[in-house]
Design a protein around this ligand. Sequence first.
Ligand SMILES: [Zn+2]
Length: 83
Amino acid sequence: MNVPDALRAICTTGEGHCWYCDEQLPNAEVAIRTGWDVKRLEGERVASIILICPTCDREKQEMGEEEFLRNFSQRALNTAEHW
Ligand SMILES: [Zn+2]
């Protein structure tokens, strides 16, 4: 996936939030410059596109994905209810 293109597309919807901490996606050029990431998340029936802000991306790398996800599991559950 082309991350800058995906960020631009998501920005036009005005619905972009970090999947983990709910931080709002800034405008596309800022997001690209500051290192927002876009990932495909395979769900049971459909794949979702998720956004990761630079803060969470850094924490995820420092903690390791497993520990990071444990920290955010409650947040993720809350977020999932809105999808
Ligand atoms: Zn975040």
